[in-house]
Write a protein that binds this ligand. Sequence first.
Ligand SMILES: [Zn+2]
Length: 84
Amino acid sequence: MEPGIKYTKIGLPKFAKKFVKEEDFWKYLFKMRWPQGFVCPRCGYVEYSYHSTRHLYQCKACKYQASVTAETVFHKTHTPVSPL
Ligand SMILES: [Zn+2]
């Protein structure tokens, strides 16, 4: 797991507004979570399918569904861009 500590210094609401398109925001989150590309948190496999409606990345090997917001500060702060 990579550290997400440095992002806590940024006020999230103001920070999120920088992203004009929500899509860009999710791409950004993806980059934060998987800087080297997707890696399954469960089995380490690198191929995935993306569920755009739920912003989930499903591992093609074990079917684990990873969220870019899980285990990051964004998950805990209840960001307004959440589709839920
Ligand atoms: Zn997997």
